[in-house]
Write a protein that binds this ligand. Structure first.
Ligand SMILES: C[S@@+](CC[C@H](N)C(=O)[O-])C[C@H]1O[C@@H](n2cnc3c(N)ncnc32)[C@H](O)[C@@H]1O
Length: 305
């Protein structure tokens, strides 16, 4: 069961009009959406997007209400989705990034380093690229770059070298095969701190699903479709995606984005967002205790002006 993170706080920020139009770009198990439904009237309209068909269908079964439109698509096409539905402006947009527990807990999806399964990691199983393709066909430099940048893994070079050496003998097909390769590439003391495959699996997942590109692409579209006073709520789980969201919101909240040494403004930029908190909202100790996944969560909220 997916336990939604920062649930009360997120919905309090998101909800500005009980009969508004809301977009949940990351439906997942529908935890945030179910809570939002408690506060919306019959005239509200909700667009629920997920690029994972299995996850979307499971949530559709649970939450099948006329006011919800379920869309199987990547949120990076938000404008296209809304145009197709003849919707221009909305009251709130939610992004709760990353994977859902349903994806992690279904061993066959290949997201987990605890269970043996084909090395897949695709959120959208209709997509061609999967993690097997990356580890067996990308160059050593490219694999090291992915593991270093997306996993912030200090042993990225060692791990990439071992992957390429191993695959000369045999293709890497399964999650636990990759875990063993990673374990053999890092010092034993590293394995005692946290699971040694954690960062590499995160990196491959981000690369397979182009997660950072999707976030980068959706943010300007979200601003474009928000009503004045409408809210954008984004929950992130690691520093790479949080940095993208933070920088975007800060830039959109500034009147001028010229370099600081310019004597006069030439950018013509106007603020389109107001930040509702200077620092991100974090889960309290109680939530982190009950849901360890919440530990790294950060909620950033901005209002369209
Ligand atoms: C953390 S879960 C959301 C959980 C949900 N808020 C809940 O309370 O149950 C993230 C979901 O977003 C989906 N997702 C991630 N990136 C996506 C993208 N670019 N487009 C559409 N869905 C995406 C994943 O498939 C996953 O189901």
């Amino acid at each position: 069961m997916h336990q939604p993170v920062l649930l009360q706080q997120t919905i309090e920020y998101l909800l500005t009009d009980p009969n508004g139009v809301y977009v949940d770009c990351t439906l997942g198990g529908g935890g945030h959406l179910s809570h939002l439904l408690n506060f919306t009237g019959n005239n509200a309209q909700i667009i629920a997007i997920d690029r994972d068909k299995e996850v979307l269908e499971a949530s559709r079964k649970k939450l099948n209400l006329p006011k919800i439109t379920f869309i199987h698509e990547d949120f990076r096409y938000l404008s296209r989705i809304l145009n197709r539905l003849n919707i221009n402006k909305v009251s709130g947009i939610l992004l709760d990034l990353g994977v859902s527990s349903m994806q992690l807990d279904t061993a066959s999806r290949g997201f987990s380093y605890h269970e043996d399964a084909p090395l897949d990691m695709r959120m959208d199983s209709e997509q061609a690229l999967n993690a097997t393709e990356i580890v067996n066909h990308y160059s050593e430099e490219e694999i090291a770059r992915i593991i270093y940048h997306y996993g912030e893994e200090r042993y990225a070079r060692n791990i990439a070298r071992s992957i390429v050496k191993y695959r000369q003998e045999k293709a890497i097909d399964s999650t636990l095969e990759l875990v063993d390769i990673i374990k053999s590439s890092v010092p034993a003391r590293y394995s005692r701190e946290k699971h040694p495959a954690r960062r590499t699996f995160q990196a491959l997942r981000i690369a397979v699903n182009s997660e950072l590109e999707a976030v980068q692409e959706v943010l300007p579209q979200a601003v474009k479709h928000l009503l004045i006073g409408g809210r954008l709520c984004v929950i992130t789980f690691h520093s790479l995606e949080d940095r993208i969201v933070k920088q975007f919101m800060q830039e959109q909240a500034r009147e001028c984005i010229c370099p600081p040494d310019f004597p006069v403004c030439i950018c013509g930029h106007r603020a389109s967002l107001k930040l509702l908190n200077r620092k991100p909202v974090l889960p309290d100790e109680n939530e982190c205790h009950q849901n360890p996944r919440a530990r790294s969560a950060k909620l950033r909220v901005a209002e369209r002006i």
